[in-house]
Design a protein around this ligand. Structure first.
Ligand SMILES: O=C(O)CCC(=O)C(=O)O
Ligand SMILES: [Fe+2]
Length: 316
């Protein structure tokens, strides 16, 4: 009897325990399902945060560019793209030359003055010239007028240093092309700013530049500082830049930046592209550091003061 009672009392207890175990298992299953959902959610949040951080980083790289005046991908042709800017007072400190001294100031970009083939010939010329020496730091210049070429931490005069041998490096045609291109640039500047081209003169320094990401060794390598050409070079009234390589494929960084009060405006170098502007403080500018590859360009500068005129370079 007692045994029967015991069995009777044990029976319902066992069933209860089994029910409890099942409920416990179900609860555990449910909570592990919630656990894995929470993990996925956490991963998603982490992924989104990482993506947002990356996006912020990339846009921060571009943070000081408010407008791209000319991107590398587009072809600005046949008319130059012109942006007018009020002239600064810089020109008041100099003698005025009617027909040349800037009355209209601004900046312009054109891809139809120099062909990409011509730019390639000029780039090869620069490559050959710079191969003779070159700066130890990231910026080399070659001035065909004075013969100055960066060498280590200094400069050398290629015409004096290499003498007659320089004719094995440069040909007469190189100099003819250079003169021809200079003339076309002078014409487009005169047309754009309403000047008499015969009253503007080539001035110094006018030079080829080669920039790469090598660390600067001297001040001459520090091409990236903001500057005003008229302040830096005095005689400049109009500056032009002929680009010989492409931003994005030949090099990264190295965009030209106009630093305006209300933001920065950039020109992306494109082989054969000519960018030109009045040289006063209305056109404060800098070049971004080149982060990869090699950037070639020619700075061709013009003055209104005949006393500062230089002639086209010739082979000695
Ligand atoms: O190479 C450039 O884009 C600009 C060079 C420059 O600012 C200069 O030569 O004064
Ligand atoms: Fe400049």
């Amino acid at each position: 009897m007692a045994l029967l009672r015991m069995r009777n009392t044990k029976g319902p207890n066992a069933a209860e325990i089994e029910r409890k175990i099942k409920r416990g298992n179900a609860l555990r299953q449910g909570s592990s399902w919630w656990g894995s959902r929470a993990l996925v959610l956490l991963l998603l949040v982490a992924l989104c945060t990482a993506a947002a951080a990356l996006w912020l980083y990339v846009t921060r790289l571009d943070r000081d560019i408010t407008e791209t005046l000319a991107s590398q991908r587009e072809l600005i042709s046949p008319e130059p793209r012109v942006y007018s800017v009020p002239c600064s007072e810089d020109y008041d400190n100099y003698k005025r030359y009617p027909g040349c001294t800037p009355q209209k100031c601004g900046r312009a970009v054109t891809d139809s003055v120099v062909t990409r083939e011509e730019a390639q010939v000029l780039r090869r010329l620069a490559e050959r010239g710079m191969a003779l020496a070159g700066s130890e730091g990231g910026a080399s210049i070659l001035d065909l007028h004075s013969g100055a070429l960066s060498m280590g931490k200094q400069f050398v005069n290629i015409y004096r240093y290499f003498g007659e041998q320089i004719r094995t490096v440069f040909e007469q045609e190189d100099f003819s092309l250079y003169r021809d291109v200079r003339g076309r640039i002078q014409t487009i500047i005169a047309e754009t700013f309403g000047l008499d081209p015969s009253l503007m003169y080539l001035t110094k320094p006018t030079f080829f530049s080669r920039i790469n990401s090598t660390e600067a060794k001297t001040q001459h390598d520090e091409y990236w500082h903001p500057h005003i050409d008229k302040v830096t070079y005095g005689s400049f009234d109009y500056t032009s830049l002929l680009y010989l390589t492409d931003y994005g494929s030949d090099f990264m960084g190295g965009r030209f930046v106009f630093m305006d009060k209300n933001g920065n405006r950039t020109v992306e170098p494109r082989s054969g592209r000519v960018s030109f502007f009045s040289s006063g403080s209305e056109n404060l500018h800098r070049v971004e550091k080149v982060t990869w590859g090699t950037r070639y360009a020619i700075t061709v500068s013009f003055t209104c003061d005949p006393a500062h005129a230089i002639s086209d370079p010739t082979l000695p």
